[in-house]
Design a protein around this ligand. Structure first.
Ligand code: C5P
Length: 313
């Protein structure tokens, strides 16, 4: 007889939006997006251990060497990974519980979809320890109800996103891209940034968002100057309105030789495209030395979506 899975570790990536077009607010309060999601090699791990007494619990720790503010992450039912476990438990009619330990490296409330990564990892991890046999498509449908970025965190890679972010279509982007994350002190609230955008747009007509064909060509060809020229984020002005210091961070990175820079998602992390891995390390060192941001982290993409990296039976 096959032994049942006692614990698994699942790794899920941070994301940036290489391009983020935001349409008008919809009747349901969300905004239609047209975006290029890109998964980074910066990731969180979620360890799931079966709890035969039927309890669901969450613990959050910083990964070794990481200074992520884990105190800012709730461990109660408001934690997205907790919600993911409960959603799958109900959906699959599971009686067993789970102890989730989130090992964080992705900055909290940074516009890098860290909470969505944790939810995606929890879905994959719980599916494995409970042996529910759900397919990826079912997990993505459950995930979309938890947060707009969860389906992408499951998928990974470089992907065109539409709807509120849950409709995904892979794009060809074979080149490894090197990035520097300028991590800010404290987070920004995503709903607040969207509200600020709506306020800034008030009265004006807002066109349906789209991703320029030139960006897709540049990604296919690994043409870094063209990718840099097409970096764009409709939430950037709103994030900078709420955090004017981000404009100085953008200037600083470009002054240090980055090919281009952009606010990541709803911010406040700023992300810079670098020419190569050495350049990313140099820019990160110089940004950190300048003291303009809390931390500067070199990374690269794309990376895989949520996946099991260790399993114990
Ligand atoms: O889906 P998620 O939980 O990430 O969204 C957080 C908030 O961000 C939403 O409640 C909404 O205010 C805003 N949002 C939006 N349009 C999207 C995604 C998020 O307005 N496409």
């Amino acid at each position: 007889m096959r032994a049942s899975t006692q614990s698994v570790t699942v790794r899920a990536p941070a994301k940036i939006n290489i391009r983020l077009g935001v349409g008008p607010q919809r009747p349901d309060g969300f905004h239609d997006l047209s975006t290029v999601f890109h998964a980074l090699r910066l990731s969180d791990d979620v360890i799931a251990e079966r709890d035969d007494k039927g309890r669901v619990s969450v613990d959050v720790v910083a990964a070794e060497g990481s200074d992520v503010d884990v105190a800012a992450v709730p461990t109660d039912e408001t934690n997205l990974a907790h919600q993911a476990a409960q959603a799958l438990r109900r959906y699959a009619g599971v009686e067993c519980g789970v102890r989730l330990t989130i090992v964080k490296r992705i900055p909290v409330a940074g516009g890098l979809a860290g909470g969505s990564a944790d939810a995606a990892a929890a879905l994959v991890a719980c599916d494995a320890v409970w042996e529910t046999g759900c397919g990826r498509a079912e997990l993505a449908t459950l995930g979309a109800r938890l947060g707009s970025d969860v389906p992408f965190s499951l998928h990974g890679g470089t992907v065109l996103g539409s709807g509120r972010g849950e409709h995904l279509c892979p794009v060809m982007a074979p080149a490894t891209l090197h990035w520097v994350l300028a991590v800010a002190d404290g987070g920004l609230s995503t709903p607040e940034v969207y509200r600020e955008l709506d306020r800034m747009r008030a009265g004006g007509a807002v066109a349906a968002p789209s991703v320029p064909a030139g960006l897709l060509t540049a990604l296919r060809q690994g043409d870094l100057p063209e990718i840099a020229a097409h970096l764009g984020n409709d939430l950037q002005a709103a994030a900078c309105g709420l955090r004017p210091g981000l404009l100085d961070v953008l200037d600083a990175g470009e002054g240090l030789g980055a090919l281009g820079g952009i606010v990541s998602g709803s911010g406040p992390t700023v992300v810079f495209l670098a020419a190569d891995a050495d350049s990313a390390h140099d820019i990160a060192d110089d940004l950190a030395a300048g003291g303009i941001c809390r931390a500067a982290v070199p990374t690269s993409g794309s990376a895989a979506g949520a996946r099991v990296v260790e399993s114990v039976s």
